[in-house]
Design a protein around this ligand. Sequence first.
Ligand code: SF4
Length: 300
Amino acid sequence: MITEVTGIRRIRMLYVQLLYRCNFRCLHCFHGERLAWRDAYTYEQAAALLGLMRADYDLEAVNFLGGEPFLSEHLPALLAFAKRTLGLRTEICTNGFRITRQLSGCAPDIDLLRVSLEGLEEANDRIRHPGSFKAALETFERAADLGIATGATMTVTAANAADVVPLAALLQQRGVGQLKLHCLRPVGNAAAHPDLQVVDPVVYEVLYRRIADAGLRIEMIADEDLSPAADGAGCRPAPDTAVLDRIESDPRGNLTMSCKAVGKDAHAFTYDKTLGRIDYHPSALDELTLAVPDVVYSRV
Ligand code: SF4
């Protein structure tokens, strides 16, 4: 169905939000009130979606996220199915809170473990959850013991921009391979916390200068909307190509192509979890009609 409507023949990566449920209530979480929704993928539903994407769109990789994906009892079996049966590259986005025991059980099936952090301990624990910084460091340590490659993600806000370089240095020291920086978008909980929004572009100028001066070895990837030179240059129309880099399913099966549309109910396609097929529901406000650009990430 996606090919018929858009011409897209290959989709590189599928992000599957296994459930909305989370043990955190982060101040910037794009899910907002949806964190209380009970919708979740069963093993059969998620495995069928992965199989469909692999067969019809030549899928290469999957990222399991949530909510908190380690709260899904199906995560270990889905990782094994994705990796061993479908031959996909597997990634997880987690808050990394008290997951060291679970990690041991599924380590061979994880290609990359991404842990979200929002700065050093004080800023992180204020934005995310008390004790979450120390827990994330323990998770990195355990992952290293298990031979799992790790990365971190951070959403740059007015409350933590100064922490980016010291956090990157600390992660580098601990063998974390990459720090990926996101731009805060005012959806979900972030809409209720305008104080987190960066309003002065000088903040990004200073950030990029500090990164350049720090001479870090850790790979740094950033949403181009953070770039002081961006001024909208980070937005570009969906590339005219038959290959889509990513698509994301929420726990209800709604499929979103642009990161900038995630959390906004701007989907044009839905995976029907009961019938196991993708449906097209065009509307005046969907991401295709509105030509919502995707987020562009580049090396800093
Ligand atoms: S940002 Fe992630 S860890 Fe925080 S509440 Fe949202 S889903 Fe949970």
